[in-house]
Design a protein around this ligand. Structure first.
Ligand SMILES: Cc1ncc(COP(=O)(O)O)c(C=O)c1O
Length: 400
């Protein structure tokens, strides 16, 4: 571990410690990640559900290299064909067809900020909410990012501690509770923002009828239904977008993470043109958003997802992985939940996940956790053999 330790000491000296390093990464391929000392790990962490097509997918790398030989970066005042093709593909991917528009961004939080801006502006200019009165409803336990708009949507005190004051006009209600949504809506409500499955919150799956009812209530009350599919999107839950499972079409999707192809940062707000068009020239901008490298990566990633039928694979393998995890003794596991390859294993109270994660690494498995929930977010193109390789190791660690 010599190289790891040398690099770690430099990181500890010069890098703000807002993350705890699990290893010092060197290279990756598919579901595997190597550290600088040559140790190999099966990557269930997937950069927190980003590596949906694995590390360094050759088609993504080739698409980026080809674009890089031609043009690396331009401003939005000199857009590229890559941006046009990406926009066209993404609106269709999100089910808006010819009537959809996108506002591109890079990180998930940035797209969340843009969605909040669109919702408020739509609230004033289309719905007719009085000046400065717009309200946005979100859910207790949700995660939307670490910027002020995103944090204002959230309740988790760890993320918010000593960063206040936050933005006014945000109301949080229990996740999965339709009655609470009905009660919280007022004439000033511009939007309801919700994750189809809460990811960072501990892989919380709402009741099946929740999203269809959300859609209905939002429509009846003239409230925008915004689905934050940054984590649940791009095939992760066994469908291209998690809302597809329950045949729900929100007014706006926020997407990110997996659309990057695991290489270039990509996120976007995607919605119907009549809503998105509240943003006029000069109302919004971002130097690197919609850059050609991100666009070709996202385009290729969406093609791979569809051509390799990775959503279906995630669905099938998710069932196998969940069942395998459920077969591990109930002495250690309280609940196994999730959809597709977005799986959370809630451990019994007295188990500390930090210690366990080290033990998993010793077995060649890289994992993340939220509180006492282990999170399994492997690439969607893994095979059954990968699951059969991992399950005995997972069992061994949990029983140790
Ligand atoms: C549902 C959801 N929204 C937003 C974000 C923020 O994305 P980013 O870390 O790219 O800013 C995340 C990140 O985990 C997320 O899971």
């Amino acid at each position: 571990m010599e190289r790891s330790l040398t690099i770690l000491s430099k990181l500890n000296k010069h890098l703000v410690a807002n993350y705890e390093p699990q290893l010092i990464a060197d290279h990756g391929s598919g579901a595997w990640l190597w550290d600088v000392d040559g140790n190999k790990y099966f990557d269930f962490l997937g950069s927190y559900a980003v590596l949906n097509i694995g590390h360094c997918h050759p088609r993504i790398i080739a698409a980026i290299k080809k674009q890089l030989d031609k043009l690396g970066l331009v401003s939005r005042t000199t857009p590229t064909e890559a941006l046009a093709l990406f926009s066209e593909k993404l609106v269709h991917f999100c089910g808006f067809g010819e009537t959809g528009k996108i506002l591109p961004a890079l990180g998930g939080h940035e797209a969340v900020e843009k969605a909040i801006k669109i919702a408020r502006k739509w609230g004033y200019e289309t719905k007719g909410i009085d000046e400065k009165k717009a309200e946005i409803i979100s859910c207790i336990g949700s995660f939307h990012g670490r910027t002020y708009g995103a944090l204002s949507l959230m309740t988790n005190q760890q993320y918010k501690y000593n960063f206040g004051p936050f933005l006014p006009g945000f109301i949080q209600i229990p996740f999965g509770d339709i009655g609470a949504l009905e009660q919280a809506i007022t004439k000033n409500t511009a939007a309801f923002i919700v994750e189809p499955i809460q990811g960072e919150g501990g892989v919380i799956v709402p009741p099946s009828r929740y999203l269809p009812l959300v859609s209905e209530i939002c429509r009846e009350n003239g409230v925008l239904f915004i689905a934050d599919e940054i984590q649940t999107g791009f095939g992760r839950t066994g469908h291209n977008l998690s809302c597809e499972r329950v045949k729900v079409q929100p007014d706006i999707f926020i997407v990110g993470k997996g659309f990057s192809g695991g290489v270039e940062p990509v996120s976007a707000v995607v919605g119907r043109a009549e809503i998105m068009d509240v943003i006029k020239k000069g109302d919004d901008g971002s130097t690197f958003a919609g850059n050609p490298l991100s666009c070709v990566a996202a385009l290729e990633a969406m093609k791979i997802l569809e051509e390799e039928e990775l959503s279906d694979n995630a669905y099938d393998l998710g069932l196998i992985l969940k069942q395998g995890l459920r077969n591990i003794s109930r002495r250690y596991i309280k609940e196994v939940r999730g959809r597709g390859l977005m799986i959370g294993v809630e451990l019994v109270e007295n188990v500390k996940t930090e210690n366990l994660i080290r033990k998993f690494m010793a077995e060649g498995i890289l994992l993340g956790a939220s509180h006492n929930v282990l999170r399994f977010n492997p690439p969607l193109n893994i095979g059954r053999e990968d699951i059969y390789w991992a399950l005995p190791k997972i069992k061994k660690v949990l029983e140790s």
